[in-house]
Design a protein. Sequence first.
Length: 313
Amino acid sequence: MEYIPAKPATLGLIQLTDIDLREIVPFIDWTFFFMAWRMSGKYEGIETVHDCLSCKMTWLQNFPETDRPKAEEALKLFKDAQEMLRRFLDEKIVSIHASFGIYTGFSKEDNIYIQNDTQTVVIPTLRQQHPAVDGFCYSLADFLAGENDYVGAFATTVSGVEAFAEKFDKEDDVYDSILVKTLSDRLAEAAAEWLHWKVRKEYWGYAPDEDLSVKEMLKTQYSGIRPAVGYPSLPDQSIIFLLEPLLKFNEIGIQLTENGAMFPNASVCGLYFAHPQSKYFMIGKIDQNQFEDYARRSGKSPEVLHKWMAANL
């Protein structure tokens, strides 16, 4: 089927400040929250358990007896997280902001070209050297047409966390300090999920009739993708510096370290693709030829690039 790019409803940079926490919380992926606490396993229905003993015991009956202690621990952690979220809201502890834009773009020779009002940003991408399950070696550049297409960029951030967590650190309250930090990380990801939903339905509008539950969204059943910088399909963290003119990080309170890390730590940044065949994938290891070609396209010396790409070499 021929790919016909969907013209965005809105082109250019948009920034949202002080996003209502109550809009973001339903998009939290609790599976990854538990993983951050090294609690593997699925805890389906945990959000339906009320404070009464009957509800708790009924829910625990869903687990084999050997797994119930771990499930009970997960339930306590979840309840503590809910209480902390209430503090976030009632005491106005955190603020959630987003910067995003949809721009004209195209791809050529595994590079993505993004055009805003003042310049063209060139994003070099890598290609898998071991085929995916469908037998194809993917690059993110495959999900853009060679001309007259569109691509998006985004960043979400949660501010106020560090100062709040510091209070617990001073009191040697390790549990609550970690709870605050892991929750804020999940909120940044949840904000990215929420924003992507708004982009698909409204700002870009390439899927206006999408009717997915949050649970289905968390399983990536939507059309299009939002690969984050530093993640498997976009592993070069230095790419984040190229997105600065598109997203203007400082205007929503994000600062970049010389290593490309974002502060506040609870921040996420990446790209949007609307191509119906776009998919998430892992670059994995690359050979010397591709590394040298990537260095040429990125304008960095192999010596400098090596520190950014060590995990893929």
